[in-house]
Ligand binder design. Structure first.
Ligand code: HEC
Length: 154
């Protein structure tokens, strides 16, 4: 089975998959961190700090890309997550959401946090800073009520 020819084929396939994963990950996130930033208020000063800490790594143009995110195949997983997350909601482009639509997005944001669906479970395993503390939840609760949005996390 493992004769010289098969080993060569195997090595060739690994190299092609490695190179392919770079090409595809560049297609998914062509520009790692586009320059545009939104510097106004999204929810409120304190609540925005929480979003920044917990959500911005995927839902903004301020993603951190540590060395392991450029390993072949892992780069694919992370790029597709960040690309998809930005497509759904990119807080750096908050200014391009019409003001009357923003509350709809905020409703979605609170809903995801309330159901504990965001940030994704697997992400929290490797990112202790992405865990919501009781204090965070209190701030978010006050912010939601000031915006007239219902928010009852468990
Ligand atoms: C590890 C990356 C990551 C982090 C961190 C993250 N998200 Fe997401 N988010 C995604 C991805 C990927 C999607 C699109 C696929 C899905 O819905 O699972 C998404 C989708 C969403 C959506 C749209 C859901 C829909 O169905 O329309 C909302 C709202 C959202 N996230 C809010 C948040 C909030 C709020 C935070 C922080 C508390 C957060 N996310 C943190 C990756 C992330």
């Amino acid at each position: 089975m493992l004769n010289k020819r098969n080993i060569l084929i195997l090595v060739g396939l690994i190299i092609i998959a490695g190179i392919g994963s770079y090409i595809v990950s560049d297609m998914l996130v062509p520009e790692k961190n586009p320059p545009h930033r939104y510097s106004g208020i999204i929810m409120g000063n304190e609540a925005d700090k929480i979003l920044n800490r917990v959500c911005f790594n995927c839902h903004s143009n301020e993603t951190s890309w540590p060395w392991y995110t450029s390993l072949p195949m892992i780069n694919l997983l992370i790029s597709s997550d960040v690309g998809e997350a930005r497509d759904y909601l990119n807080f750096s482009n908050w200014d391009s959401i019409p003001e009357d639509k923003r509350v709809l997005y905020l409703n979605m944001v609170f809903d995801k946090i309330e159901r504990n669906e965001m940030p994704p479970m697997i992400y929290k395993l490797g990112h202790p800073e992405a865990k919501m503390t009781q204090e965070d939840l209190k701030i978010l609760k006050d912010t939601a009520s000031s915006l007239g949005i219902s928010f009852n996390p468990k």
